[in-house]
Design a protein around this ligand. Structure first.
Ligand SMILES: [Zn+2]
Length: 248
């Protein structure tokens, strides 16, 4: 009798723990279906910054004087037609932000400046983009993650510093056509020259280009950074004053 009860209890316990395991696995699968190494807990992010301040995601609007933000994914004016981000913010890892600041200073001397369309992108958005547009030429493969998820990629263009107007380029941002390619034989010499200007300032400052999108640049030194899935508003909850102060 005793052993029957015990067996019953054990069976119940096993069923219970199986349910828990399944529900937990379900949760993990929703947000990280390809089981990538993603920093999704704000405390893990905080620790990573404390051990290496390069991991800090810097608010580019604050850090780069005069930079213009046009964060399309915080509006409906993007290829998904939906508002993906809660706030129009742009963040990048510290060395990326430093390189962009250098570029901005250089451009300002020539009457030009930077306009940013997208920078750090939480992994959840990469999952969503692929659902909407499953073509890995223009949308990152969610089974690998995007360099935007590492805070090491930036989508941007050039503007006139006085008027703030974008310099004409071969296509608008997120035009998923062959005209967006760096190799596209642009018939308008002014547009071709603007595209070449962006390419030269970015590559001189340590970025690599992406042949299919004239607006997308990757920071070369990106291997040490992990993919991240922390929303913008969460990043504000941590006060990194000491770290910022140390390096300023
Ligand atoms: Zn991009």
């Amino acid at each position: 009798m005793k052993s029957i009860i015990n067996r019953g209890v054990i069976a119940l316990l096993l069923a219970f723990s199986a349910t828990i395991t399944l529900s937990c696995a379900g949760e993990v699968n929703d947000k990280n279906p390809y089981k990538l190494d993603i920093v999704s807990d704000i405390k893990d992010y905080q620790k990573s910054v404390e051990s290496d301040s390069d991991n800090l995601l810097v608010d580019l609007k604050e850090y780069i004087p005069g930079v213009i933000l046009d964060i399309r994914y915080a509006d409906t004016n993007n290829f998904t037609g939906k508002k993906i981000y809660t706030e129009p913010r742009a963040f990048a890892r510290k060395p990326v932000a430093e390189a962009l600041l250098e570029i901005q200073n250089k451009l300002n001397n020539e009457g030009l400046g930077l306009k940013i369309f997208d920078a750090y992108r939480p992994y959840a958005a990469t999952l969503h983009f692929y659902e909407v547009y499953p073509d890995t030429t223009f949308v990152a493969a969610p089974w690998k993650g995007s360099i935007h998820n590492k805070g090491c990629a930036i989508d941007l263009t050039l503007v006139d510093i006085v008027t703030g107007a974008e310099l004409p380029m071969p296509t608008p941002f997120d035009d998923f056509s062959e005209k967006a390619s760096l190799n596209y034989n642009e018939p308008d010499p002014a547009k071709a020259a603007n595209r070449a200007k962006l390419l030269s300032v970015m590559t001189e400052a340590g970025f690599t280009s992406y042949e299919h999108e004239w607006w997308h640049y990757n920071f070369k030194e990106r291997e040490k950074y992990k993919l991240m899935d922390i929303p913008f508003e969460e990043l504000d909850k941590i006060n990194f004053t000491t770290i910022k102060g140390k390096n300023n």
